[in-house]
Design a protein around this ligand. Structure first.
Ligand code: GLU
Length: 303
């Protein structure tokens, strides 16, 4: 298969979708990103990269960071986190407060905001500097040592974080945070504000397509842990539209409100797409359409 031709083709055929949807505006700095970008990169298990469109342009990874925070917690601390976070789809918006109260402060899964705050709290306890741990993993695995937190995006989110602060305070009131609320929020906002390109993210995520093996061949996760992260991505990784994503794309995926989506073809490759226009559930419209086309044309899905 000529992957490069395929990606160039997708960049052409996806054009009608580019600019559809709304750029996330609740973090003001994200709202200033132009909607008409589109990039795609594929990284194979052995590190070959194919890319097209705006694939080298850095964007805000936002919730995609939740995958790497979870990977680091599972790697360093094993299964303990599953006593504090469930792994079921929430059927609610990613920042919902309602369910958390009904379920006594145990978030439905690690990819909604409440669950990610608990994961980041644990990462703070096991690594002291959680966002630096996430950044360093992404730098090492992508081979791009210049990956940084975008402090303008981080400040913008910090000034508009009442809802995440509410979630964090409620978690603390239920005894489900070990560290001070302000420290957890700060680490969470910092990891979300990492700026990376499609190529960076596709390369950095390869351990998910390699049974947990890092770029240098050592194990970050066991094959079983990797299976479990991919399973939670499939069921909970694309907001309240994970069913639709599985139907259209058929791969474990994680999206972010910056418009990026990372998808995993186990034992084969990773794909990262980016286009800032988001559909009603918060997933990139052109990004989902591109992944749909990629898996439909290649047959590279898990189904
Ligand atoms: N930092 C964002 C928030 O907490 C991440 C949301 C997302 O990408 O889903 O609202």
């Amino acid at each position: 298969m000529d992957i490069q031709n395929l990606l160039d083709d997708i960049v052409g055929s996806i054009k009608p979708h580019i600019g559809q949807g709304e750029v996330a505006g609740y973090i003001p700095e994200l709202g200033s990103v132009r909607a008409d970008h589109f990039g795609i990169s594929v990284a194979t298990g052995d590190g070959e990269v194919f890319s097209s469109g705006d694939s080298e342009m850095a964007f805000s990874i936002q919730s995609i960071s939740k995958v790497y925070a979870l990977a680091l917690v599972l790697a360093g601390d094993g299964d303990r986190i599953w006593k504090r976070v469930f792994r079921e789809p929430s059927g609610n918006p990613f920042n919902s407060l309602v369910q958390l109260e009904h379920e006594d402060g145990i978030p439905r899964n690690p990819f909604i905001n409440a669950g990610a705050l608990v994961v980041t709290d644990r990462l703070l306890s096991v690594s002291q500097d959680a966002s630096t741990a996430v950044r360093d993993l992404l730098r090492t695995e992508s081979g791009n040592g210049s990956i940084q937190i975008d402090s303008i995006v981080a400040d913008s989110e910090a000034r508009n974080s009442n809802r995440n602060a509410s979630l964090a305070h409620f978690l603390a009131s239920c005894g489900n945070l070990d560290n001070p609320v302000e420290e957890v929020l700060d680490a969470y906002i910092s990891q979300c504000s990492l700026a990376m390109s499609c190529t960076d993210l596709a390369l950095a995520s390869r351990f998910l397509a390699r049974n947990g093996l890092r770029a240098d061949g050592t194990a970050l996760l066991s094959p079983a842990q990797t299976k479990r992260i991919n399973a939670v991505m499939l069921t909970c990784g694309t907001y309240d539209a994970a069913g639709e994503f599985a139907y259209r794309v058929g791969l474990p995926g994680k999206s972010g409100v910056g418009g990026g989506i990372i998808a995993v073809v186990p034992n084969n490759c990773t794909i990262c797409v980016w286009s800032p226009g988001l559909g009603r559930s918060g997933n990139s419209v052109a990004g989902v359409a591109a992944l749909d086309e990629f898996t439909t044309r290649t047959g590279l899905s898990i189904f």
